[in-house]
Design a protein around this ligand. Structure first.
Ligand SMILES: Cc1cc2nc3c(=O)[nH]c(=O)nc-3n(C[C@H](O)[C@H](O)[C@H](O)COP(=O)(O)O)c2cc1C
Length: 399
């Protein structure tokens, strides 16, 4: 995980969602970050300083003017931290930061950092107020990342936009902070997971793909600044932060979505395990079990990646995956040529491709160069996407 070993200063302010700041803290720690906390006076009305000190094992920065003999902490915190994350951020604190007012521990540390991540939480009228909107726009222009609040039932009883974003999204935004923005301004389409071909309304042919590799690619591509569309078969995974997911079931649905999204894409990565066969006939009723054998005749499904390769225009980059049981590199190279790909990622099915969080792959380029890489699926995804960014640069630069 990209945030492992990073030093994060977590700012907590006087919102009813302050208790979720504690959840953010725990999740950052779980992912390997070291965390110190700054909190406003109003924030301390909502959660206890002792809780934060016990969880971090560190003193909490809660006074702008230190008591006699205490360390002056706002500048040392900014020097120590790799990232300032304010969650939840009140309308008041956002306004102060955007004006450079340094009269609370959080706004003062923010002035020292210069930029960071803000997760606003407030009543919908406070959020929609043009003053708050202008303040947020100004901060975005200055390099701050804003994790948009969600809509729904608010603590004050109103319904609208202003609820603190999901903890998972806030923490992923923090992870994204540390990726090089190699894909900024690019649209990346990624397919993931397994397809289902129905035999009857309750039975289907599928495969054990977990979708983890495709989801890891989507997350890292979004971290690298891309607009990401994830076309996904059924999985139990949550879409990563800032990724638009299109859910599909069958190969036909996958094909339709892929061709449509590829039109305006810069990069297409086929990480889905797309079924090669579908029943010749799909029964509209549940097939009753009988005594004897049941024969199901199958026909080929459309080859989605080949169709994408045929549609590829100059400047677009297409990446395939090859899961093989034998002659790994040889078969991968053949597939790269046959399907008009720019890169192919070969992995051996023998080495536990399906379901595992770790993987080992060979990234094969058009001129036959091979890069071997292994690690977590996110680490491998980063290597693949760095290579994609390189190929993209080459494809775009004038010859
Ligand atoms: C019960 C309660 C809940 C509040 N929730 C929020 C909130 O979610 N967002 C917000 O901007 N202000 C909220 N406020 C108002 C802030 O606490 C107030 O504006 C305060 O000055 C914020 O100070 P700070 O930004 O220094 O933490 C709430 C106040 C109360 C009494």
């Amino acid at each position: 995980m990209k945030i492992k070993g990073k030093k994060v200063v977590l700012g907590i302010t006087g919102s009813i969602a302050a208790y979720k700041g504690v959840e953010v803290l725990r999740e950052l720690q779980k992912r390997g970050a070291e965390v110190k906390v700054a909190i406003t006076e109003a924030g301390k009305e909502f959660i206890g300083k002792l809780t934060l000190e016990a969880l971090t094992g560190q003193p909490v920065y809660d006074r702008v003017i230190p008591e006699s003999g205490q360390e002056i902490r706002h500048t040392s915190l900014a020097r120590w931290g790799d990232l300032l994350l304010i969650a939840p951020a009140t309308a008041n604190t956002i306004a102060k930061i955007s004006c450079g007012i340094a009269d609370t521990p959080v706004s003062e540390v923010a002035l020292c950092f210069g930029k960071g991540i803000i997760a606003p939480a407030m009543n919908d009228r406070m959020y929609e107020n043009p003053i708050t909107q202008e303040n947020l726009e100004k901060l975005k222009r200055l390099g701050w990342e804003v994790v948009e609040p969600g809509s729904g039932y608010l603590a004050c009883g109103d319904t609208g936009k202003g609820r603190l974003a999901e903890v998972k999204d806030i923490v992923e935004a923090a992870e994204y902070w540390f990726y090089p923005k190699l894909l900024k301004g690019k649209k990346v389409v990624i397919t993931a997971g397994a397809t289902r071909e129905y035999i009857d309304p309750v039975r289907f042919i599928s495969n054990p793909s977990s979708g983890k590799m495709g989801y890891a690619l989507a997350k890292v591509a979004a971290g690298m600044g891309a607009e990401v569309v994830l076309i996904s078969g059924k999985t139990c995974l949550e879409p990563p932060y800032r990724v638009r997911r299109i859910e599909v079931e069958t190969v036909e649905e996958m094909k339709e979505a892929a061709l449509k999204e590829f039109e305006s894409a810069n990069v297409y990565i086929s990480a889905a395990a797309i079924g090669d066969y579908t029943p010749v006939e799909r029964s509209s009723q549940k097939i009753k079990k009988g005594e004897g054998e049941l024969v199901i005749r199958l026909k080929r499904t459309p080859d989605v990646l080949k169709l994408i390769g045929q549609k590829k225009r100059e400047g677009q980059v297409v990446v395939g995956f090859a899961a093989e049981t034998e002659n790994l590199l040889e078969n991968a190279k053949k597939k790269l040529e046959k399907k008009n790909l720019d890169l192919i990622v070969a992995n051996s099915v023998k080495e536990g491709v399906f379901g595992s969080s770790q993987t080992r792959v060979f990234i094969v380029g058009k001129s036959g160069e091979v890069l071997e890489t292994s690690g977590s699926k996110e680490e491998v995804a980063e290597e693949i996407l760095k290579k994609v960014a390189e190929v993209l640069k080459g494809a775009e630069s004038p010859r």
